[in-house]
Design a protein around this ligand. Structure first.
Ligand SMILES: Nc1ncnc2c1ncn2[C@@H]1O[C@H](COP(=O)(O)OP(=O)(O)OP(=O)(O)O)[C@@H](O)[C@H]1O
Ligand SMILES: CC(C)(CO)[C@@H](O)C(=O)NCCC(=O)O
Ligand SMILES: [K+]
Length: 246
C-alpha cells in the first residue's frame, strides 16, 4: 500500500492507496505525524510499502516528518522537489524553486487531467490562484489570505467582533445583509472570497482565451464549488504528487 501526504501549513492531508493508481483504502487529515500514525495503527491499513510526500513546511520540519515516517514503516519516503518542468508543464516563476510545491503539483495534476489552458484555485490556509496556458506554460499566479485567516484577522484586531464558530456555517446559508455580528462577518468574508474568485475568472480570459478549465481544491474548496464552470477536484495535489514521485 502507498501512503500519500500533503503537508500544508495547518494540516497534514493523507490517503492510502491499495497500489499505484489503485483504490483509496483510507484517508483523512491530521494535525501531526504522531496523530496520523495513531490513526493508521488503529485502522485496517496493513502494510505501507511506499510513501510519497509534498510539504510546504520548512526544510527542517519536512526532514523531521520524513524521518518519523521512514522510521515507523521502515521505508524510504519519496519527497516532491521543485523542478522547472514536469508533466508537460513549465514552471513560470523567475526562480522555479520558490514556487510553493502544493501549487506546482496542483497545476501539474490539472494539466494531466486535461491538457489545455487552466485556472487553478487552492483554498487552504492561503488561497492561491495559478494560470497555465494551452502549451503548458505556467504564467504565474496570486497568493491571498485564506477564509479562516480573513475572519481571524477581524477577531484578533477588533474589540467587539467575537462569536462562537458553531454558528458560522449557518450564518453563511444566504448572502442577505447580516443582522448580527456572526452573519455580518461570515457573509461579508464569504462574499469577498467569492467576488475575488469571480474577478479572477473574468480576468483569466485575457491570458488564457475564452475556453479554459477551472479547478478548485483545498480544505475550503466547497465555498466556491457552485460557481459556474468551477470543477471541484479534492485530490488535485495528490494527482500531481503521483507524477512527481512515480
Ligand atoms: N476536517 C477539517 N479540519 C480542519 N479544517 C478543515 C477541515 N475541512 C475543511 N477545513 C477547512 O480547510 C482549511 C484548511 O485547508 P487545507 O487543509 O487545504 O490547507 P492547509 O493545509 O491548512 O494550508 P495550506 O495547504 O494552504 O498550507 C481550513 O481553513 C478549514 O476551513
Ligand atoms: C502559498 C502557500 C502557503 C499555499 O499553501 C504555499 O504554496 C507556499 O508556501 N508557497 C511559497 C511561496 C510562493 O509560492 O510563492
Ligand atoms: K494547500
Amino acid at each position: 500500500m502507498i501512503l500519500e501526504l500533503d503537508c500544508g501549513n495547518s494540516l497534514i492531508k493523507w490517503r492510502v492507496l491499495q497500489a499505484a493508481g489503485g483504490d483509496v483504502v483510507a484517508q483523512g487529515t491530521s494535525v501531526s505525524i504522531a496523530e496520523l500514525l495513531d490513526v493508521l495503527a488503529g485502522s485496517s491499513v496493513s502494510s505501507i510499502t511506499r510513501a510519497r510526500l509534498v510539504s510546504v513546511r520548512s526544510d527542517v520540519e519536512t526532514a523531521e516528518l520524513c524521518s518519523r515516517l521512514s522510521g515507523a514503516f521502515q521505508i524510504d519516503v519519496q519527497q516532491a522537489a521543485p523542478s522547472p518542468q514536469l508533466g508537460g508543464v513549465a514552471n513560470g516563476y523567475f526562480d522555479y524553486s520558490r514556487l510553493g510545491l502544493d501549487r506546482w503539483l496542483a497545476i501539474v495534476g490539472a494539466f494531466q487531467m486535461k491538457p489545455g489552458p487552466a485556472l487553478v484555485f487552492d483554498l487552504g490556509t492561503a488561497i492561491t490562484v495559478d494560470l497555465v496556458d494551452g502549451n503548458g506554460a505556467h504564467l504565474g499566479g496570486y497568493i491571498c489570505p485564506g477564509a479562516s485567516l480573513l475572519r481571524q484577522q477581524l477577531h484578533s484586531h477588533t474589540r467587539r467582533i467575537s462569536y462562537a464558530m458553531e454558528d458560522a456555517a449557518t450564518a453563511r446559508s444566504t448572502y442577505a445583509p447580516g443582522r448580527s455580528t456572526v452573519e455580518a462577518v461570515e457573509r461579508g468574508c464569504h462574499l469577498m472570497l467569492r467576488s475575488f474568485v469571480s474577478a479572477q475568472i473574468q480576468q483569466a480570459s485575457t491570458y488564457l482565451g475564452a475556453d479554459f478549465a477551472i479547478y478548485s481544491t483545498g480544505g475550503d474548496a466547497a465555498l466556491i464549488a457552485d460557481i459556474a464552470r468551477v470543477q471541484y477536484v479534492p485530490d488535485l495535489v495528490f494527482r500531481g504528487l503521483a507524477i512527481a514521485c512515480p
